[in-house]
Design a protein around this ligand. Structure first.
Ligand code: HEC
Length: 150
């Protein structure tokens, strides 16, 4: 009986730990749990679904971010573009500010400024999820023209 109680106690502690505070290590899960509640991957086609969104779609956000970073840095190489885009996001997520934005006014009129995610996501988790988001949603240049991620 004593052993069973001990095992049950350990299981309870382990499950509590994994629910609260244990860092998530899988990028896609992190994206789904911590970003997708506000950012759908793509804008939905129906007006009804669009009106229910609480943030701009991720492919729109990343497209504007990459275009913004590219116009700020002349002849930037792809690896450097990825680096500065991730740095921008890391800063923005813990210190969002309309003055820094790459999004259009219409985005702020509809959604307001993104809340500060301090305490909701850790630095460590951002290091896992941001490169994954960048690679998945970045627009591509095809024959010198940008194509948005689908
Ligand atoms: C509670 C809702 C919410 C959550 C959760 C959220 N965002 Fe946002 N985010 C917003 C809104 C609203 C905007 C548009 C206004 C703005 O840019 O501040 C936004 C804008 C952004 C931008 C554009 C910044 C700019 O203005 O150039 C990036 C990048 C971004 N989010 C990344 C993320 C990532 C990555 C996550 C998950 C780790 C996340 N967001 C989670 C609501 C959210």
């Amino acid at each position: 009986m004593k052993n069973i109680n001990l095992t049950m106690g350990c299981l309870l502690v382990v499950s509590l730990l994994s629910l609260n505070g244990a860092p998530l290590r899988d990028a896609q899960t992190l994206y789904q749990v911590k970003c997708q509640m506000c950012h759908l991957s793509q804008s939905p086609k129906s007006k009804e679904a669009y009106n229910k969104m609480s943030g701009p779609s991720m492919n729109y956000v990343i497209k504007n971010l990459v275009w913004g970073m590219e116009s700020e840095h002349d002849d930037i190489k792809p690896e450097e573009l990825k680096k500065v885009s991730i740095e921008f996001m890391k800063d923005y997520i813990f210190a969002p500010d309309r003055k820094k934005t790459n999004c259009e006014d219409v985005s702020f009129d509809k959604f307001g400024v993104m809340p500060n995610l301090k305490g909701y996501i850790t630095d460590e988790e951002l290091d896992v999820v941001l490169p994954w988001i960048y690679d998945k949603f970045k627009p591509h240049k095809v024959n010198g023209k940008w194509e948005v991620a689908k």
